[in-house]
Design a protein around this ligand. Structure first.
Ligand code: AP5
Ligand code: ZN
Length: 208
């Protein structure tokens, strides 16, 4: 499966990707996770990206496009990939198409996880992540249910930054819905249901 996960911040892209990875072992390429790892490691990329991320703004296209293009050269992505959080602008979508055409690995689908913004604001302000294994949970989890690690709140999950991320999404990323509809690749799923119900729908729509 060569797929792109589309959807607003907090729609549940990471949650659904984790389930696909667990069941199918397909490599998960999350640009947000890659950037957070770079910030944690204190690399030049991380230093450059941090101020954009903390403000809820997008990291410049050329930085992100380079990162993903490089990752797509890795042999483990040849049998399939789940792109999560990329593309997020028209320039990124065009660059991805060009790279996949060159690699002769076309996309099978662009899966839109659709959730209302008010639901998203509640989800993101109560989201907590595991520092050790990356488990995505909520403020209901005192410690990680998977590895007992410490749960923390992302720096960009405060309400003001979440609202800015949503307006950036509306302006820069939502136009990609029409872009992928035009390529006949768009599959839209109601993401405001129980995680397992959404997942069943994801699989049904991907023919898995
Ligand atoms: P990124 O890490 O990609 O963040 P995002 O798109 O804002 O997405 P999230 O990780 O916040 O949400 P998600 O949809 O994965 O939801 P999740 O499953 O966690 O990007 C962060 C930043 O990096 C960007 O702001 C930007 O600065 C930069 N960046 C990244 N990619 C870039 C790019 N391509 N170009 C430029 N800049 C880029 O779920 C959210 C919460 O809801 C969790 O608590 C979860 O438990 C809960 N939840 C999930 N599903 C359900 C459900 N069905 N019912 C109830 N609760 C649910
Ligand atoms: Zn954990």
């Amino acid at each position: 499966m060569n797929i792109v996960l589309l959807g607003a911040p907090g729609a549940g892209k990471g949650t659904q990707a984790a389930k696909l990875v667990e069941e199918f072992g397909t490599p998960h390429i999350s640009t947000g996770d890659m950037l957070r790892a770079a910030v944690k490691a204190g690399t030049p990329l991380g230093t450059k990206a941090k101020s954009f991320m903390d403000a809820g703004e997008l990291v410049p296209d050329e930085v992100i496009i380079g990162l993903v293009t490089e990752r797509l050269q890795d042999p483990d992505t040849q049998a399939g990939f789940i792109l999560d959080g990329f593309p997020r602008t028209s320039a990124q979508a065009v660059a991805l198409d060009a790279e996949l055409a060159k690699l002769e690995r076309p996309l099978d689908a662009a899966l839109l996880v659709d959730v209302d913004f008010e639901v998203i604001i509640k989800r993101l302000t109560s989201r907590r992540m595991c520092r050790d294994c990356g488990f995505i949970g909520s403020s209901d989890h005192a410690s990680c249910p998977s590895c007992a690690g410490e749960m923390y709140q992302r720096d960009d999950d405060n309400e003001a930054t979440v609202r800015n991320r949503l307006s950036v999404y509306e302006r820069s990323t939502a136009p990609l819905i029409d872009y992928y509809r035009g390529c006949d690749l768009l599959v839209s799923i109601d993401g405001d249901r129980d995680v397992d119900e959404v997942y069943a729908d994801v699989k049904r729509n991907l023919g898995l």
